[in-house]
Design a protein. Structure first.
Length: 175
């Protein structure tokens, strides 16, 4: 085989390998992060979309400014419009995301995703763990009172918003 034939053969093999890799990328399964975000988004939409279509108030990145998304959620809740909002959070050893979903009847749910999963021991009343233990859902206490945390995210957790930073405090901003 001549030198020119070897170069042409090598070039053709490189092209075929590149095409095969590109085709394989299109068929790749979702990453754990992608899968988790699909799970929490699906849960938020299902809880908020009972009735008329919900307003997607947005997704706030880990270091993103939550002001617009949080104001959207508070405004939608005030007008009894279905909504959902999601905040991606900085986890220590896992992917974490949290959000709120409100329906047209004024019910609001806190939803959290953790790629490591949740334990089922000691669940709050009305709380559930679904999707292979990755999604934790809890209805907000009634009457529902939404507020912004010190970080600007919306929560339905009750307590003193000016409480000191103490991880054991019942008013601790978990996210």
């Amino acid at each position: 085989m001549s030198r020119l034939s070897k170069v042409v053969l090598f070039s053709l093999m490189a092209v075929f390998v590149t095409i095969a890799c590109l085709l394989n990328l299109r068929k790749r399964p979702l990453s754990m992060r992608d899968t988790g975000m699909v799970l929490i988004d699906k849960k938020l939409r299902s809880l908020s979309g009972r009735g008329k279509p919900p307003l997607n108030c947005g997704i706030v990145g880990i270091w993103g400014n939550p002001t617009i998304a949080s104001d959207c959620a508070l405004n939608a809740f005030a007008h009894r419009s279905p909504f959902y909002v999601r905040y991606n959070l900085q986890g220590i050893d896992s992917e974490v995301s949290a959000g709120l979903a409100g329906d047209a009847q004024g019910n609001v749910y806190s939803v959290e995703y953790d790629s490591m999963g949740w334990e089922t021991d000691g669940l709050a009343k009305g709380a559930e763990i679904t999707d292979n233990k990755h999604i934790y859902t809890e209805p907000c206490p009634s009457p529902v009172l939404l507020r912004k945390t010190k970080t600007g995210r919306v929560t339905c957790a009750q307590g003193d918003p000016d409480a000191g930073h103490n991880i054991m405090s019942p008013t601790f901003d978990s996210y």
